[in-house]
Design a protein around this ligand. Sequence first.
Ligand SMILES: Nc1nc2c(c(=O)[nH]1)N[C@H]1C(S)=C(S)[C@@H](COP(=O)(O)OP(=O)(O)OC[C@H]3O[C@@H](n4cnc5c(=O)[nH]c(N)nc54)[C@H](O)[C@@H]3O)O[C@H]1N2
Ligand SMILES: Nc1nc2c(c(=O)[nH]1)N[C@H]1C(S)=C(S)[C@@H](COP(=O)(O)OP(=O)(O)OC[C@H]3O[C@@H](n4cnc5c(=O)[nH]c(N)nc54)[C@H](O)[C@@H]3O)O[C@H]1N2
Ligand code: SF4
Ligand SMILES: [Mo]
Length: 695
Amino acid sequence: MEKEVYSLCFMCSVRCPIRVLVEDGQVKWIEGNPHVAGMEGSLCPRGAAGISTLYDDQRVQSPMIRVGERGSGHWRKASWDEALDMVGDKLKKIINKHGGHSVVLGERTQLATHVSKTFLKAIKSPNQFTHDALCKGSVNTACRSLFGYTDGQMSMHYKKTKNIVMYGRNLFESLSVKEVNNLMYALEHGARMTYIDPRVTVTATKAQRYWMIRPGTDLALNYALIHVILKERLYDAEYVDRWVLGLNELQEFVNDFSPEWAEKETGIPADSIVELARDVSRDKPNVIFHFGYRGANHQNEVYMRRSIMILNSLMGSVEAPGGFFFKKGPGEEGGKPARKLTGQKGLPKIDVPRFDKVGTKDCPLPDPNHGVPQVLPYAILNKDPYPIKALIAYRFDPLMSIPDATLTKKAMDELDLIVAIDINYSNTAWYADVILPESTYLERTDCIQQANGLKPQMFLRKQAVAPRYDTRDGAVILKQIADRIGTGKFFPYENMDELVKWQLKGTGFKMEDFEKKGFVAYGKKPVFWDRKDGLKFKTPSGKIEFKSSLLEDAGFESFPAYEPVQSPPEDKFRLVVGRNALHTHISTQNNPYLNDLCGENELWINDQKAADLGISDGDKVQVSSKAGAGEIRARVTDLIHPEAVFMLHGFGHEAKLAKRSYGKGLSDALLMENLSDKIGGSPALHDTFVSVKPA
Ligand SMILES: Nc1nc2c(c(=O)[nH]1)N[C@H]1C(S)=C(S)[C@@H](COP(=O)(O)OP(=O)(O)OC[C@H]3O[C@@H](n4cnc5c(=O)[nH]c(N)nc54)[C@H](O)[C@@H]3O)O[C@H]1N2
Ligand SMILES: Nc1nc2c(c(=O)[nH]1)N[C@H]1C(S)=C(S)[C@@H](COP(=O)(O)OP(=O)(O)OC[C@H]3O[C@@H](n4cnc5c(=O)[nH]c(N)nc54)[C@H](O)[C@@H]3O)O[C@H]1N2
Ligand code: SF4
Ligand SMILES: [Mo]
């Protein structure tokens, strides 16, 4: 028997809409949902490899309880009842003795996030955190400081853009299918792209202009661009007069940041900087300076992200076709969003601060909806603000995704309980006390995806095939733990269909409505607000705050003095990291297809520097930092700036049962120091210096 199921990919968290062909209970084919604009049937390599995740016999096949030392890899299979009872019993003891706030749950933001937030709220713990700050915390804070919206409430209109500037936003490798297709469309229709990165990436090869910037100096470049734009009055004066607060302060601040000054800092010729400012301005407002994610990650990152969004504001490109737009919710079309468990009445009030102190005077600005994960090891080790006793890692791997894995492991040793809800033997699952395996995305129905945008829609991840192993859905697993610790009443469902139906109540849509195309839409036409009078900034002034009340009320400056970027000391390099098109962070290295295509990471090192160090292409090298050391193969190339070395994130797996990836390559989290942009919330992933020598 054949059937087609519309669903959502989850080989990464972009969640591309897919169509799955199922024959006799087996997945035969996955393709992009042809009914969704921008997908046009296409998938990325990881999306196509979803089949091999489903059929991978090295993923976690049943609940596992640790029997040896933590990390020793000695496990025994357990029934669900036994594993859930054990977790329930331990949690009850911990909560009784230390309070609900001693329990932390960390996850990659996902469709069931409202379930895990409710799980913690019900036990009076404020300590749910997501990956957000690790990914783009400072982008989030920068956007709130300027517009009153998070970056997640905004997006870019690639298809209609005329000119786009990317600061290490390696969009053609660190990708999302729709964005790639839409940007390709724009480039094929005459749009121009500038790409800035200390390393030549695939995206660089598609740009009209590429600059190998000195690592860490994007802020200097932007101040010079702003300097030129203001001096030559290249900005959208009508938009800026109407919507911007603090132009004079900005003007005064950038006076000294001439292109000649920036040339010394960045290595980019002054006349090229002037040319870029003029070039982009000609196409305003249909332009994008991409705010980026993991490009330049330093301890002052929030100011770099602000400078990018200030450039957009000067171009009038915020809420313009081909520029940025604010995502519109169902309310704009008179509709109602899907319900979330977090909205239920009767959830207890929480009266303790978060473990990361977000929202207190010690850490006022990062987004309290997400928290700051990299603070966790310090909070545990210092028992500050209070002892933490249990960690639930739900689709998240602190040991590979928080810098300084040695420190994180040391902190985890202090915990009474570590639970991993994962599909794979991640490093954290391997170090856990109990693994509760989730069914893969092809085997489960998930919570509703509220897709806000120019056209608000809802999508559904729908089970395509029955689970192959003894696995369950994450939202059901949490409910079943809640039942055991006395908070089950906040989880009014037995299975995912019941939860989805509960969510849809009052929206006017039914589960069956998703069957035809995989999604439902609230309206037909894209919604742009009126740029003359209808922009709804959520800042206190109702304007774009170059002079930011968010920052200044918390005691920070809107325009702090520029601090020159230190070059690495003699014979050291700045470690920079990133992704490629074949892997998702730390999740896919053991996927049979993807492992075959890319089974190990390498260290990109500049050819002249390598020659000085006696390193040839393919040699094993020893890399060491203040945090850790390890061996990796060198890729000697002239495609990287001499101050930087680069490696792919996600290798160096420790779980022996994940046989394909075990021990292959080196983990960047082992080398990185755990440093942060304390204002914005991001980790300073690119502030570690490393030594490299032949192994
Ligand atoms: N295939 C794939 N696609 C993905 C993901 C994935 O895991 N795999 N993950 C998704 C997620 S969660 C994210 S956050 C995005 C990440 O998207 P990006 O932020 O585009 O991704 P990275 O691969 O981290 O690329 C960072 C780039 O910044 C460069 N860089 C380093 N230092 C500097 C600097 O000082 N200045 C500039 N201008 N550049 C610098 C690095 O050389 C690297 O090429 O990708 C998303 N898409
Ligand atoms: N050192 C270092 N740290 C980083 C980064 C870096 O470049 N270097 N990048 C940062 C960025 S941009 C991000 S977004 C984060 C990402 O950080 P993480 O969220 O930790 O990374 P992922 O690889 O997305 O997935 C985490 C886990 O989810 C599991 N998983 C996959 N699918 C499912 C599922 O359906 N159910 C369940 N329960 N589990 C599943 C995977 O097996 C994996 O163990 O890392 C950040 N941290
Ligand atoms: S970008 Fe690729 S892996 Fe991510 S959701 Fe889309 S198809 Fe899946
Ligand atoms: Mo990310």
